[in-house]
Write a protein of this length. Structure first.
Length: 447
Protein backbone atom coordinates (compact mmCIF):
# COMPACT_ATOMS: atom_id res chain seq x y z
CA UNK A 1 0.00 0.00 0.00
CA UNK A 2 1.19 3.54 -0.71
CA UNK A 3 0.96 6.08 2.12
CA UNK A 4 1.55 9.78 1.47
CA UNK A 5 2.48 11.92 4.48
CA UNK A 6 1.58 15.60 4.29
CA UNK A 7 3.62 18.17 6.22
CA UNK A 8 1.36 21.15 6.84
CA UNK A 9 3.48 24.28 7.23
CA UNK A 10 2.21 27.01 9.51
CA UNK A 11 3.54 30.56 9.60
CA UNK A 12 7.17 29.53 9.59
CA UNK A 13 9.26 27.70 7.07
CA UNK A 14 10.74 25.23 9.55
CA UNK A 15 13.98 23.63 8.43
CA UNK A 16 12.80 20.26 9.64
CA UNK A 17 9.48 18.57 9.05
CA UNK A 18 7.64 16.56 11.70
CA UNK A 19 9.73 13.68 13.02
CA UNK A 20 6.82 11.27 13.51
CA UNK A 21 6.38 10.46 9.79
CA UNK A 22 10.13 9.80 9.53
CA UNK A 23 9.70 6.94 11.99
CA UNK A 24 6.41 5.76 10.53
CA UNK A 25 7.63 5.73 6.93
CA UNK A 26 10.68 3.67 7.90
CA UNK A 27 8.49 1.17 9.73
CA UNK A 28 6.02 0.88 6.83
CA UNK A 29 8.82 0.41 4.31
CA UNK A 30 10.40 -2.29 6.46
CA UNK A 31 7.09 -4.13 6.09
CA UNK A 32 6.92 -3.79 2.33
CA UNK A 33 4.76 -0.66 1.96
CA UNK A 34 5.55 2.56 0.13
CA UNK A 35 5.75 5.96 1.80
CA UNK A 36 5.94 9.39 0.18
CA UNK A 37 6.23 12.96 1.47
CA UNK A 38 4.53 16.18 0.41
CA UNK A 39 5.35 19.46 2.07
CA UNK A 40 2.35 21.77 1.91
CA UNK A 41 4.29 25.02 2.06
CA UNK A 42 2.62 28.34 2.72
CA UNK A 43 2.57 29.10 -1.00
CA UNK A 44 0.60 25.95 -1.80
CA UNK A 45 -3.14 26.58 -1.73
CA UNK A 46 -5.85 23.92 -1.41
CA UNK A 47 -6.32 23.28 -5.18
CA UNK A 48 -2.56 22.89 -5.65
CA UNK A 49 -2.37 20.54 -2.66
CA UNK A 50 -5.29 18.47 -3.97
CA UNK A 51 -3.65 18.24 -7.41
CA UNK A 52 -0.33 17.15 -5.88
CA UNK A 53 -2.02 14.47 -3.76
CA UNK A 54 -3.96 13.16 -6.76
CA UNK A 55 -0.79 13.00 -8.80
CA UNK A 56 0.91 10.95 -6.08
CA UNK A 57 -2.13 8.62 -6.11
CA UNK A 58 -1.79 7.33 -2.53
CA UNK A 59 -3.99 4.64 -0.98
CA UNK A 60 -3.87 6.45 2.34
CA UNK A 61 -2.93 9.97 3.43
CA UNK A 62 -1.23 10.46 6.81
CA UNK A 63 -0.87 13.80 8.57
CA UNK A 64 1.17 14.54 11.70
CA UNK A 65 -0.35 17.37 13.70
CA UNK A 66 0.54 19.70 16.50
CA UNK A 67 -2.25 21.96 17.75
CA UNK A 68 -0.82 24.82 15.76
CA UNK A 69 -1.00 22.89 12.48
CA UNK A 70 -4.56 21.70 13.01
CA UNK A 71 -6.44 24.80 11.78
CA UNK A 72 -4.78 24.90 8.38
CA UNK A 73 -4.88 21.11 8.12
CA UNK A 74 -8.63 21.07 8.78
CA UNK A 75 -9.32 23.35 5.82
CA UNK A 76 -6.95 21.53 3.49
CA UNK A 77 -8.29 18.09 4.40
CA UNK A 78 -11.86 19.30 3.82
CA UNK A 79 -10.85 20.43 0.33
CA UNK A 80 -9.13 17.10 -0.30
CA UNK A 81 -12.25 15.15 0.68
CA UNK A 82 -14.43 17.18 -1.68
CA UNK A 83 -12.10 16.14 -4.52
CA UNK A 84 -11.10 12.61 -3.54
CA UNK A 85 -12.15 9.70 -1.36
CA UNK A 86 -8.65 8.69 -0.35
CA UNK A 87 -8.80 7.79 3.38
CA UNK A 88 -7.02 10.13 5.78
CA UNK A 89 -5.44 9.30 9.13
CA UNK A 90 -4.10 11.97 11.48
CA UNK A 91 -1.69 11.41 14.38
CA UNK A 92 0.67 13.20 16.75
CA UNK A 93 0.08 15.48 19.73
CA UNK A 94 -3.15 17.15 18.68
CA UNK A 95 -5.08 14.05 17.50
CA UNK A 96 -3.89 12.17 20.59
CA UNK A 97 -5.45 14.70 22.93
CA UNK A 98 -8.32 16.03 20.79
CA UNK A 99 -9.33 13.00 18.68
CA UNK A 100 -13.06 13.81 18.72
CA UNK A 101 -12.32 17.32 17.50
CA UNK A 102 -10.19 15.97 14.63
CA UNK A 103 -12.70 13.29 13.65
CA UNK A 104 -15.57 15.80 13.62
CA UNK A 105 -13.84 17.52 10.70
CA UNK A 106 -14.75 16.70 7.14
CA UNK A 107 -12.00 14.68 5.53
CA UNK A 108 -10.54 12.96 8.60
CA UNK A 109 -11.38 9.25 8.83
CA UNK A 110 -9.04 7.97 11.53
CA UNK A 111 -7.11 9.46 14.44
CA UNK A 112 -4.09 7.71 15.92
CA UNK A 113 -3.71 8.16 19.67
CA UNK A 114 -0.18 7.81 21.04
CA UNK A 115 2.66 5.96 19.38
CA UNK A 116 2.05 5.28 15.72
CA UNK A 117 4.32 2.53 14.36
CA UNK A 118 2.32 -0.59 15.22
CA UNK A 119 -1.05 1.13 14.85
CA UNK A 120 -0.45 2.58 11.39
CA UNK A 121 0.95 -0.69 10.09
CA UNK A 122 -2.13 -2.53 11.30
CA UNK A 123 -4.43 0.10 9.80
CA UNK A 124 -2.66 -0.20 6.45
CA UNK A 125 -2.97 -3.98 6.58
CA UNK A 126 -6.68 -3.76 7.44
CA UNK A 127 -7.37 -1.29 4.63
CA UNK A 128 -5.38 -3.45 2.24
CA UNK A 129 -7.41 -6.48 3.21
CA UNK A 130 -10.36 -4.42 1.99
CA UNK A 131 -12.66 -5.37 4.83
CA UNK A 132 -15.37 -2.86 5.69
CA UNK A 133 -14.28 -0.47 8.41
CA UNK A 134 -14.78 -0.80 11.32
CA UNK A 135 -15.29 -4.54 11.44
CA UNK A 136 -12.62 -4.94 14.10
CA UNK A 137 -11.00 -2.35 16.34
CA UNK A 138 -7.32 -1.48 15.98
CA UNK A 139 -5.59 -0.45 19.19
CA UNK A 140 -4.60 3.26 19.16
CA UNK A 141 -6.77 3.93 16.09
CA UNK A 142 -10.07 5.76 16.50
CA UNK A 143 -12.47 5.85 13.56
CA UNK A 144 -15.13 8.46 12.94
CA UNK A 145 -18.06 7.87 15.28
CA UNK A 146 -16.36 5.17 17.35
CA UNK A 147 -15.26 5.27 21.00
CA UNK A 148 -11.71 5.96 22.11
CA UNK A 149 -9.54 2.92 21.37
CA UNK A 150 -7.43 0.81 23.71
CA UNK A 151 -3.74 1.66 23.78
CA UNK A 152 -1.26 -0.94 22.61
CA UNK A 153 1.96 -1.24 24.68
CA UNK A 154 4.77 1.03 23.47
CA UNK A 155 7.07 -0.53 20.86
CA UNK A 156 9.76 -2.73 22.43
CA UNK A 157 12.66 -3.20 22.09
CA UNK A 158 13.00 0.30 20.72
CA UNK A 159 16.37 -0.55 19.10
CA UNK A 160 14.42 -2.69 16.65
CA UNK A 161 12.70 0.31 15.10
CA UNK A 162 14.28 1.06 11.74
CA UNK A 163 16.27 4.31 11.51
CA UNK A 164 14.26 7.45 10.69
CA UNK A 165 13.49 7.82 6.97
CA UNK A 166 15.55 10.92 6.23
CA UNK A 167 13.69 11.74 3.01
CA UNK A 168 10.65 12.63 5.16
CA UNK A 169 12.44 15.32 7.13
CA UNK A 170 13.52 17.87 4.56
CA UNK A 171 16.89 18.29 6.27
CA UNK A 172 19.45 20.66 4.79
CA UNK A 173 23.20 21.35 4.91
CA UNK A 174 24.12 18.09 6.64
CA UNK A 175 22.32 19.24 9.80
CA UNK A 176 20.48 16.15 11.03
CA UNK A 177 17.85 15.59 13.70
CA UNK A 178 18.10 12.51 15.85
CA UNK A 179 15.80 11.15 18.51
CA UNK A 180 17.36 8.82 21.09
CA UNK A 181 14.44 8.41 23.46
CA UNK A 182 10.69 8.65 23.83
CA UNK A 183 8.99 10.42 26.70
CA UNK A 184 9.96 12.72 29.54
CA UNK A 185 9.48 11.78 33.21
CA UNK A 186 8.96 15.29 34.58
CA UNK A 187 5.54 16.69 35.53
CA UNK A 188 5.60 20.22 34.00
CA UNK A 189 1.98 21.35 33.86
CA UNK A 190 2.21 23.35 30.61
CA UNK A 191 4.03 20.73 28.57
CA UNK A 192 2.48 18.81 25.69
CA UNK A 193 5.39 16.41 25.40
CA UNK A 194 5.06 14.78 28.80
CA UNK A 195 1.39 14.05 28.18
CA UNK A 196 2.32 10.89 26.29
CA UNK A 197 3.93 9.59 29.50
CA UNK A 198 0.78 10.40 31.43
CA UNK A 199 -1.51 8.86 28.81
CA UNK A 200 0.34 5.56 29.00
CA UNK A 201 0.57 5.72 32.82
CA UNK A 202 -3.20 6.20 33.03
CA UNK A 203 -3.73 3.24 30.69
CA UNK A 204 -1.97 1.14 33.33
CA UNK A 205 0.38 -0.69 30.94
CA UNK A 206 4.15 -0.41 30.45
CA UNK A 207 5.69 3.07 30.67
CA UNK A 208 6.09 5.21 27.54
CA UNK A 209 9.66 6.29 28.40
CA UNK A 210 12.33 4.27 26.58
CA UNK A 211 15.83 4.99 25.32
CA UNK A 212 17.78 3.52 22.46
CA UNK A 213 21.17 2.00 23.21
CA UNK A 214 24.22 4.17 22.53
CA UNK A 215 25.35 1.61 19.94
CA UNK A 216 22.06 1.89 18.06
CA UNK A 217 22.25 5.72 17.99
CA UNK A 218 25.84 5.62 16.69
CA UNK A 219 24.86 3.07 14.04
CA UNK A 220 22.21 5.51 12.77
CA UNK A 221 24.79 8.31 12.61
CA UNK A 222 27.15 6.02 10.67
CA UNK A 223 24.36 5.28 8.19
CA UNK A 224 23.62 9.00 7.81
CA UNK A 225 27.32 9.75 7.20
CA UNK A 226 27.55 6.99 4.62
CA UNK A 227 24.59 8.47 2.72
CA UNK A 228 25.58 12.16 2.64
CA UNK A 229 27.06 15.08 4.56
CA UNK A 230 26.96 15.02 8.36
CA UNK A 231 27.93 18.40 9.77
CA UNK A 232 25.84 18.96 12.88
CA UNK A 233 23.54 16.79 15.01
CA UNK A 234 20.49 18.19 16.77
CA UNK A 235 19.25 15.76 19.40
CA UNK A 236 15.53 16.34 19.68
CA UNK A 237 14.91 14.41 22.89
CA UNK A 238 12.87 16.35 25.39
CA UNK A 239 15.57 15.95 28.06
CA UNK A 240 18.78 14.42 26.71
CA UNK A 241 20.55 14.45 30.09
CA UNK A 242 18.20 12.26 32.15
CA UNK A 243 20.21 9.08 32.73
CA UNK A 244 23.84 9.95 33.48
CA UNK A 245 25.47 6.52 32.86
CA UNK A 246 23.92 6.58 29.36
CA UNK A 247 25.10 10.14 28.75
CA UNK A 248 28.69 9.41 29.85
CA UNK A 249 28.80 6.26 27.70
CA UNK A 250 27.46 8.28 24.78
CA UNK A 251 30.04 11.04 25.29
CA UNK A 252 32.94 8.55 25.28
CA UNK A 253 31.77 6.67 22.20
CA UNK A 254 30.50 9.66 20.19
CA UNK A 255 33.55 11.78 21.02
CA UNK A 256 35.92 9.00 19.92
CA UNK A 257 34.15 8.25 16.65
CA UNK A 258 32.36 11.44 15.51
CA UNK A 259 33.12 14.56 17.57
CA UNK A 260 30.81 16.42 15.18
CA UNK A 261 29.24 19.43 16.94
CA UNK A 262 25.84 18.77 18.42
CA UNK A 263 23.09 20.37 20.44
CA UNK A 264 20.50 19.10 22.88
CA UNK A 265 17.71 20.03 25.30
CA UNK A 266 18.31 19.74 29.04
CA UNK A 267 16.73 20.63 32.31
CA UNK A 268 18.86 22.28 34.97
CA UNK A 269 18.20 19.59 37.58
CA UNK A 270 19.66 16.96 35.24
CA UNK A 271 23.11 18.46 34.65
CA UNK A 272 26.20 19.13 36.75
CA UNK A 273 29.67 20.49 36.02
CA UNK A 274 31.21 17.08 35.31
CA UNK A 275 28.47 16.11 32.88
CA UNK A 276 28.66 19.45 31.06
CA UNK A 277 32.42 19.08 30.64
CA UNK A 278 32.02 15.55 29.27
CA UNK A 279 29.38 16.78 26.82
CA UNK A 280 31.62 19.66 25.71
CA UNK A 281 34.58 17.30 25.17
CA UNK A 282 32.37 15.08 22.99
CA UNK A 283 31.39 18.03 20.76
CA UNK A 284 28.34 19.58 22.44
CA UNK A 285 28.15 23.23 21.38
CA UNK A 286 24.66 24.25 22.38
CA UNK A 287 22.15 23.39 25.10
CA UNK A 288 18.58 24.65 25.27
CA UNK A 289 17.23 25.02 28.81
CA UNK A 290 13.63 25.71 29.75
CA UNK A 291 13.79 28.47 32.38
CA UNK A 292 10.15 29.51 31.85
CA UNK A 293 9.82 31.89 34.80
CA UNK A 294 12.05 34.01 37.02
CA UNK A 295 9.62 33.58 39.90
CA UNK A 296 10.28 30.56 42.08
CA UNK A 297 6.63 30.68 43.19
CA UNK A 298 5.35 30.49 39.60
CA UNK A 299 7.66 27.62 38.77
CA UNK A 300 6.88 25.73 41.96
CA UNK A 301 3.14 26.32 42.30
CA UNK A 302 1.95 26.77 38.71
CA UNK A 303 4.45 24.82 36.64
CA UNK A 304 5.47 22.08 39.11
CA UNK A 305 9.15 22.83 38.65
CA UNK A 306 11.15 23.02 41.85
CA UNK A 307 14.62 24.27 40.80
CA UNK A 308 15.73 27.45 42.55
CA UNK A 309 16.93 30.59 40.78
CA UNK A 310 20.38 29.86 42.22
CA UNK A 311 20.40 26.52 40.41
CA UNK A 312 19.72 28.33 37.12
CA UNK A 313 22.53 30.81 37.82
CA UNK A 314 24.96 27.97 38.57
CA UNK A 315 24.00 25.87 35.56
CA UNK A 316 24.21 28.77 33.12
CA UNK A 317 27.67 29.65 34.50
CA UNK A 318 28.90 26.03 34.32
CA UNK A 319 27.60 25.75 30.77
CA UNK A 320 29.43 28.90 29.72
CA UNK A 321 32.61 27.74 31.48
CA UNK A 322 32.42 24.42 29.64
CA UNK A 323 32.40 26.38 26.35
CA UNK A 324 28.81 25.47 25.49
CA UNK A 325 26.33 28.05 24.22
CA UNK A 326 23.16 28.18 26.34
CA UNK A 327 19.72 29.16 25.09
CA UNK A 328 17.06 30.00 27.69
CA UNK A 329 13.38 29.65 26.94
CA UNK A 330 10.91 31.80 28.85
CA UNK A 331 7.16 31.82 29.17
CA UNK A 332 4.70 34.51 30.25
CA UNK A 333 0.99 34.64 30.99
CA UNK A 334 0.42 31.32 32.79
CA UNK A 335 -2.80 31.24 34.83
CA UNK A 336 -2.16 32.70 38.28
CA UNK A 337 1.04 34.56 37.31
CA UNK A 338 1.11 38.27 38.14
CA UNK A 339 2.61 41.06 36.06
CA UNK A 340 5.27 41.58 38.72
CA UNK A 341 6.24 37.92 38.40
CA UNK A 342 6.57 38.32 34.61
CA UNK A 343 9.00 41.17 35.39
CA UNK A 344 10.97 38.78 37.61
CA UNK A 345 11.57 36.61 34.53
CA UNK A 346 13.12 39.56 32.72
CA UNK A 347 15.30 40.25 35.76
CA UNK A 348 16.50 36.64 35.93
CA UNK A 349 17.27 36.72 32.21
CA UNK A 350 19.63 39.64 32.74
CA UNK A 351 21.41 37.67 35.46
CA UNK A 352 21.71 34.45 33.46
CA UNK A 353 23.02 36.18 30.32
CA UNK A 354 22.27 33.28 27.98
CA UNK A 355 23.85 33.33 24.54
CA UNK A 356 20.36 33.25 23.07
CA UNK A 357 16.78 33.06 24.26
CA UNK A 358 13.22 32.33 23.18
CA UNK A 359 10.11 33.89 24.72
CA UNK A 360 6.57 32.62 24.46
CA UNK A 361 3.16 33.70 25.67
CA UNK A 362 1.56 30.70 27.34
CA UNK A 363 -0.88 28.71 25.17
CA UNK A 364 -2.92 25.95 26.86
CA UNK A 365 -2.25 22.77 24.89
CA UNK A 366 -5.06 20.19 25.11
CA UNK A 367 -4.16 17.29 27.38
CA UNK A 368 -1.97 19.35 29.72
CA UNK A 369 -2.76 20.06 33.37
CA UNK A 370 -2.86 23.81 32.72
CA UNK A 371 -5.31 23.30 29.84
CA UNK A 372 -7.58 21.56 32.35
CA UNK A 373 -7.15 24.43 34.84
CA UNK A 374 -8.08 26.96 32.17
CA UNK A 375 -11.12 24.92 31.18
CA UNK A 376 -12.36 24.42 34.73
CA UNK A 377 -11.83 28.03 35.78
CA UNK A 378 -13.49 29.44 32.66
CA UNK A 379 -10.31 31.14 31.39
CA UNK A 380 -10.72 29.68 27.88
CA UNK A 381 -12.92 31.67 25.52
CA UNK A 382 -15.77 29.66 23.95
CA UNK A 383 -14.25 29.99 20.49
CA UNK A 384 -10.76 28.86 21.53
CA UNK A 385 -10.76 26.12 18.88
CA UNK A 386 -11.08 28.76 16.16
CA UNK A 387 -8.22 30.90 17.43
CA UNK A 388 -4.69 30.32 16.16
CA UNK A 389 -2.38 28.48 18.56
CA UNK A 390 0.30 31.15 18.70
CA UNK A 391 2.73 32.29 21.36
CA UNK A 392 2.69 36.06 20.79
CA UNK A 393 -0.63 36.86 22.51
CA UNK A 394 -2.80 35.25 25.12
CA UNK A 395 -6.14 33.71 24.25
CA UNK A 396 -7.09 33.49 27.93
CA UNK A 397 -9.42 35.60 30.06
CA UNK A 398 -7.31 35.67 33.21
CA UNK A 399 -8.24 37.40 36.45
CA UNK A 400 -5.87 40.21 37.42
CA UNK A 401 -4.01 40.52 34.14
CA UNK A 402 -5.26 41.49 30.70
CA UNK A 403 -4.14 40.10 27.31
CA UNK A 404 -2.90 43.61 26.48
CA UNK A 405 -0.67 43.66 29.57
CA UNK A 406 0.80 40.29 28.58
CA UNK A 407 1.33 41.61 25.06
CA UNK A 408 3.16 44.56 26.63
CA UNK A 409 5.56 42.17 28.39
CA UNK A 410 6.00 40.23 25.15
CA UNK A 411 6.86 43.50 23.37
CA UNK A 412 9.49 44.18 26.07
CA UNK A 413 11.11 40.82 25.29
CA UNK A 414 11.16 41.71 21.60
CA UNK A 415 13.00 44.94 22.43
CA UNK A 416 15.51 42.98 24.57
CA UNK A 417 16.07 40.63 21.64
CA UNK A 418 16.55 43.48 19.14
CA UNK A 419 18.99 45.26 21.46
CA UNK A 420 20.96 42.03 22.06
CA UNK A 421 21.19 41.37 18.32
CA UNK A 422 22.39 44.90 17.64
CA UNK A 423 24.97 44.63 20.43
CA UNK A 424 26.31 41.35 19.10
CA UNK A 425 26.43 42.52 15.50
CA UNK A 426 29.62 44.58 15.88
CA UNK A 427 30.68 45.93 12.46
CA UNK A 428 27.72 44.64 10.48
CA UNK A 429 26.55 47.40 8.05
CA UNK A 430 23.57 49.42 9.31
CA UNK A 431 21.33 48.38 6.40
CA UNK A 432 21.89 44.67 7.10
CA UNK A 433 21.20 45.28 10.76
CA UNK A 434 17.96 47.10 9.98
CA UNK A 435 16.94 44.17 7.81
CA UNK A 436 17.75 41.72 10.62
CA UNK A 437 15.72 43.82 13.05
CA UNK A 438 12.75 43.78 10.66
CA UNK A 439 12.99 39.99 10.40
CA UNK A 440 13.15 39.64 14.20
CA UNK A 441 10.07 41.81 14.67
CA UNK A 442 8.14 39.92 11.97
CA UNK A 443 9.08 36.59 13.59
CA UNK A 444 8.03 37.87 17.03
CA UNK A 445 4.66 38.97 15.65
CA UNK A 446 3.96 35.41 14.47
CA UNK A 447 4.82 33.92 17.89
C1 LIG B 1 11.07 18.34 17.07
C2 LIG B 1 10.03 19.31 17.57
C3 LIG B 1 9.74 20.38 16.75
C4 LIG B 1 10.29 20.51 15.35
C5 LIG B 1 9.53 19.53 14.44
C6 LIG B 1 8.03 19.51 14.71
C7 LIG B 1 7.39 18.14 14.91
N1 LIG B 1 6.09 18.16 15.03
O1 LIG B 1 8.03 17.11 14.91
C8 LIG B 1 10.07 22.01 15.03
C9 LIG B 1 11.34 22.80 15.30
C10 LIG B 1 9.60 22.33 13.63
C11 LIG B 1 9.02 22.39 16.09
C12 LIG B 1 8.31 23.55 16.05
C13 LIG B 1 7.31 23.87 16.95
N2 LIG B 1 6.97 23.18 18.04
CO1 LIG B 1 7.77 21.51 18.54
N3 LIG B 1 8.49 19.95 19.20
C14 LIG B 1 9.38 19.10 18.80
C15 LIG B 1 9.60 18.00 19.84
C16 LIG B 1 10.76 18.45 20.74
C17 LIG B 1 9.89 16.59 19.36
C18 LIG B 1 8.88 16.01 18.37
C19 LIG B 1 9.38 14.67 17.96
O2 LIG B 1 10.21 14.53 17.13
N4 LIG B 1 8.97 13.62 18.56
C20 LIG B 1 9.44 12.27 18.24
C21 LIG B 1 8.36 11.54 17.44
C22 LIG B 1 8.78 10.12 17.14
O3 LIG B 1 7.22 11.50 18.27
P1 LIG B 1 5.83 12.08 17.80
O4 LIG B 1 5.99 13.33 17.03
O5 LIG B 1 4.94 12.10 18.96
O6 LIG B 1 5.32 10.96 16.77
C23 LIG B 1 4.79 9.70 17.18
C24 LIG B 1 3.28 9.73 17.50
O7 LIG B 1 2.82 10.99 17.89
C25 LIG B 1 2.62 9.24 16.26
N5 LIG B 1 2.39 10.16 15.15
C26 LIG B 1 2.92 11.37 14.89
N6 LIG B 1 2.49 11.82 13.71
C27 LIG B 1 1.67 10.89 13.18
C28 LIG B 1 1.00 10.85 11.97
C29 LIG B 1 0.21 9.73 11.69
C30 LIG B 1 -0.49 9.69 10.38
C31 LIG B 1 0.09 8.68 12.61
C32 LIG B 1 -0.74 7.51 12.31
C33 LIG B 1 0.78 8.73 13.83
C34 LIG B 1 1.58 9.83 14.10
O8 LIG B 1 3.56 8.29 15.79
C35 LIG B 1 4.89 8.80 15.97
C36 LIG B 1 5.85 7.65 16.16
O9 LIG B 1 5.45 6.85 17.23
C37 LIG B 1 8.22 18.04 20.57
C38 LIG B 1 8.21 17.46 21.93
C39 LIG B 1 7.67 16.03 21.86
N7 LIG B 1 8.24 15.18 22.63
O10 LIG B 1 6.76 15.71 21.12
C40 LIG B 1 7.86 19.52 20.47
C41 LIG B 1 6.38 19.91 20.35
C42 LIG B 1 5.71 19.00 19.37
N8 LIG B 1 6.44 21.26 19.79
C43 LIG B 1 5.56 22.05 20.29
C44 LIG B 1 5.40 23.40 19.89
C45 LIG B 1 4.46 24.23 20.74
C46 LIG B 1 6.09 23.90 18.80
C47 LIG B 1 5.98 25.31 18.22
C48 LIG B 1 4.61 25.95 18.28
C49 LIG B 1 7.03 26.16 18.93
C50 LIG B 1 6.96 27.64 18.58
N9 LIG B 1 6.51 28.44 19.48
O11 LIG B 1 7.30 28.04 17.54
C51 LIG B 1 6.43 25.06 16.77
C52 LIG B 1 5.20 24.71 15.90
C53 LIG B 1 5.53 23.79 14.78
C54 LIG B 1 4.33 23.45 13.97
N10 LIG B 1 4.37 23.69 12.68
O12 LIG B 1 3.35 23.01 14.50
C55 LIG B 1 4.70 21.35 21.33
C56 LIG B 1 3.35 20.99 20.69
C57 LIG B 1 2.21 20.98 21.66
C58 LIG B 1 0.93 20.65 20.94
N11 LIG B 1 0.05 19.99 21.60
O13 LIG B 1 0.72 21.01 19.83
C59 LIG B 1 5.61 20.16 21.71
C60 LIG B 1 4.89 18.93 22.21
C61 LIG B 1 6.58 20.69 22.79
C62 LIG B 1 5.99 20.86 24.18
N12 LIG B 1 6.80 20.59 25.17
O14 LIG B 1 4.89 21.16 24.43
N13 LIG B 1 8.92 21.45 17.04
S1 LIG C 1 11.23 18.77 31.34
FE1 LIG C 1 10.69 19.71 29.37
S2 LIG C 1 9.88 18.07 28.09
FE2 LIG C 1 9.92 17.32 30.21
S3 LIG C 1 7.86 17.70 31.02
FE3 LIG C 1 9.12 19.50 31.54
S4 LIG C 1 8.89 20.93 29.83
FE4 LIG C 1 8.13 18.93 29.14
Amino acid sequence: MRVLFLEIDTESDWAVASLGPGFLAAHLRAHGHEAGFLRVGLGMDAPAMVAAVREAAPDLVGVSLTTRQWQRARNLLGALRRASNVPVVVGGLHPTFSPEDCLAAEGVDFACLGEGEGALLELVQALEAGGPWPDRPIDNIMAKGSARPKLRPPFEPIDELPFTARDMLDERWGVVHVSTQRGCPFPCTYCGARMFDQLYAEAGGPAYGRRRSVGNVLAELRAIRAAGPLNYVIFLDDTFTIHHPWVFEFCRAYGAEFAIPFSLHARVETVNEKLLQALAAAGCRHIVYGVESGSERVRREIMLRSATNQRFRDVFRWTREAGIMATANYMMGTPGETLAEMEETIALHHELQPADFGYFVFYPYPGTALFQTCLEKGYLPEDWRERPAVHSRSILRLPGVTPEQIEGIYARWTEIRVAATRRRAGDVPAAALDEAEGALRAHAALG
